[in-house]
Design a protein around this ligand. Structure first.
Ligand SMILES: *[C@@H]1O[C@H](CO)[C@@H](O)[C@H](O)[C@H]1NC(C)=O
Ligand SMILES: *[C@@H]1O[C@H](CO)[C@@H](O)[C@H](O)[C@H]1NC(C)=O
Length: 362
């Protein structure tokens, strides 16, 4: 009897321990998630249920399937060009480099006024196949992607109240590719990464014009309802993905890809912070809107345009040659006819003459 009581007691203790373990897992907004591995992106939904939802981000934008909406006016950054005197704080949070934005910065040109929170980047790794962007356009990824995160301050008191609501957040997505020139705007971030190599480290960067990070054309973009691209993946984001890409130099991209670590400095095995992008998620019948009308004429390559111009020229020359030939043959026929007419005249006039000469005879 006493033996079974003890076994029962231990049984309950073990069950309680298991339940506690599961509870801490579920409750863990601080569960240590990663992009690959035991809590990698394919396991996120086990710990963060929203990550398994039907309106997840990022997505592949299929340009042939987007719907033009002429009511989508250019996005209006508010206060981006007034950085103020206080420095910005740049943080390695173990998943990305994040820069906090002052509360006077915001976003207009959307259904509500949004207030800026932070911006961060997603990237790949040197020599990685496609690129490190999260959104892809017709299956093509870019080298990296900038996200500027805002909350709906017209409807909600703060980000805590807004972050789970379907109209709670607005994120600007900027696709980044490489070029020859150093991008001075991005140097305001990339130039300081060496000071925040490990998670939890922060550095102050002198305030700068944040709008210089954005493309020039803020009127051409894709718009859709999606989610945060990292746990807890709340489906609360009104996305704006610009079609114009910004360029950073190859050196800047390499620094972004190789400077940070996702492991603490004390840990013996340093894990580089790379490939921090989520795979594209199913669209699930969501509409992707475009602020611009579809291209009415198919886009031709330079080679095709050259071929068309040469073809048209050859066609014109050919027609001209044919026209010349026709005109010449008509003229030559006319010149051949003229002498015949003379002959006819002569032959007809001759008997007349004969008649005229013979008439007075009788
Ligand atoms: C956010 O707003 C809600 C609702 O107004 C309020 O209850 C909460 O205390 C606020 N949280 C913070 C962190 O300010
Ligand atoms: C996003 O969802 C809201 C509410 O469900 C809807 O009114 C709006 O049209 C959607 N926006 C887009 C771009 O699909």
């Amino acid at each position: 009897m006493g033996k079974s009581n003890i076994m029962e007691f231990f049984g309950i203790v073990i069950i309680k321990l298991i339940l506690f373990q599961q509870w801490t897992n579920c409750a863990g907004s601080d569960t240590h998630w990663t992009y690959t591995g035991s809590v990698g992106q394919f396991q996120w939904s086990e710990y963060f249920p929203d990550c398994g939802g039907t309106k997840q981000s990022p997505i592949d934008v299929e340009t042939a399937q987007v719907q033009h909406d002429s009511s989508l006016t250019p996005v209006r950054p508010l206060g981006y060009r007034q950085p103020g005197k206080e420095p910005f704080t740049l943080t390695n949070n173990g998943h990305t480099v994040e820069m906090s934005l002052p509360g006077w910065m915001g976003l207009g040109g959307l259904p509500w006024i949004f207030t800026a929170l932070q911006l961060h980047l997603h990237w790949g790794s040197s020599g990685s196949r496609g690129g490190g962007s999260e959104h892809t356009i017709d299956g093509h990824s870019s080298a990296a992607e900038l996200h500027v995160v805002h909350y709906n301050s017209e409807v909600y008191a703060n980000v805590s109240a807004a972050k789970k609501q379907s109209d709670g957040l607005a994120v600007l997505g900027v696709l980044i590719e490489t070029g020859e020139d150093t991008n001075p705007a991005f140097e305001n971030i990339i130039g300081y990464l060496g000071s925040i190599k490990h998670p939890g480290m922060t550095v102050s960067v002198p305030a700068f014009d944040v709008q210089t990070l954005l493309p020039l054309n803020l009127g051409r973009y894709f718009r859709y309802n999606g989610s945060l691209t990292t746990p807890p993946c709340y489906q609360s984001v009104l996305w704006t993905v610009f079609t114009e890409r910004v360029k950073v130099s190859h050196t800047q991209l390499r620094k972004l890809e190789t400077t940070l670590f996702s492991s603490e400095s004390e840990e013996s095995h340093s894990i580089p912070l790379q490939d921090n992008f989520r795979n594209t998620q199913p669209l699930n019948h969501r509409m992707v809107l475009a602020s611009f009308p579809p291209e009415t004429v198919p886009i031709y390559s330079v080679g095709e345009v050259c071929a068309m111009v040469i073809g048209a020229l050859c066609g014109c020359i050919g027609l001209a040659v044919i026209a010349c030939f026709v005109v010449k043959t008509i003229r030559s026929k006319e010149t051949q006819k003229e002498p015949k007419q003379d002959v006819v005249f002569k032959t007809t006039s001759d008997p007349e003459k004969e008649e005229a000469t013979t008439q007075p005879e009788p």
